[in-house]
Design a protein around this ligand. Sequence first.
Ligand code: GLU
Length: 428
Amino acid sequence: MANQNYNPFENAQTQFDRVAELLQLDEGTRQLLRQHRQEIHFTIPVKMDDGTTKVFKAFRMIHNDSRGPGKGGIRFHPHETADTVRALSMWMTWKCAAVDIPLGGAKGGVICDPRTMSAGEQERLCRGYIRRLKSLVGYNIDVPAPDVMTNGQHMMWMLDEYESVTGQRFPGMITGKPVGHGGSLGRTEATGYGVVYCLRECLKNMDIDITKTSASIQGFGNVAEYAARLYTELGGKVVAVSCWNAEDKTAYTFRKADGCDPAALAAIKDSFGSIDKAKAIELGYEVLPGDAWLSQDVDILIPAALENQITPEVFPNISKQVKIICEAANGPTTPDCDALIEKAGITLIPDFMCNAGGVTCSYFEQVQGNMNYFWTKEEVLEKLENAMTRAFQNIYDLAKEQNLYMRDAAYVIAIKRVAAAVKARGWC
Ligand code: GLU
């Protein structure tokens, strides 16, 4: 569950302000970039299967679109808030800029729990969401995608609704579509693989052999699963995986000291990333409390769930063995913990670089859709690997050259690109 003692938007602004100061950014640009260009708050009435109507609160926000149309996922979560969407859309701006793709930052969310809704109820919610936003989204305005607890099926319902109300076909209005329905091969793997491309490059730079490393992961949704799969393929050992258990309303950590098998765990998880506890025990996994993932004696921690998980309060529980924190989630570390991580000499691969593989592949999906010509999975993954490796190395090199914490180095690169775009447009 997200730690509600921290406000993610305040965190995002704190991170931005620190680097805006470092760059001596002019006041107008600072004001523009610490706020949103557009915020939509609305409600969606949904006819539930029992005949009652339930009203859901929803959001869509564009943080900045100077480099291209807004881009970012839609999250379905019972604890979604306006400030979470504000933070996530701001991070999307930096994410697209960090990997240098011509898109801006946006994000959406609905306060709901799809785990307790039927497929029909989810479909009506998706259609209601896009119907309300029909003139505010589009391939050249703002392009949604999946995020926490949304998937390709949700995107298809939204695409169909949009095309029904506009009367035309617009495959580029949404990404994360299923393969065969306008989606890109490799999109499912992209975010998790991107995390591991960054990790692999980081280890190379640090002269550490990946086959001699171990990792502990928080979360087992799409991102965590594919990160675990590729990391294991490259020879790393995943010692523990933690995830939310909707039935027991608590999180558990599943541990196997000689290495978890990501494919076996994927086979016993539901579509929201909850691993079946009884089946995991049958497979020989130890079941520990949800926060045990953080205190494992491993070289790498991969938070791949929600924001505000690594705080000064839990920092002392991190093993002295940890060398790298690989932020697969958006905003998993609070700003007051960054200083502790830096002081402890732990290398942090910042979120908007580490998890940029998803949006990079979304961009490839749009390019392929526009050409109406689809690449092979090998081509997609090769382009993804090149884009992620290049972007990561730029950030890593800048951090080394200027002795910067890697999060600050990533912000320097991203903010400079966005500031150049707003200047070129004559906004500031
Ligand atoms: N939701 C993903 C993210 O946070 C992907 C966004 C996209 O593809 O637009 O990066």
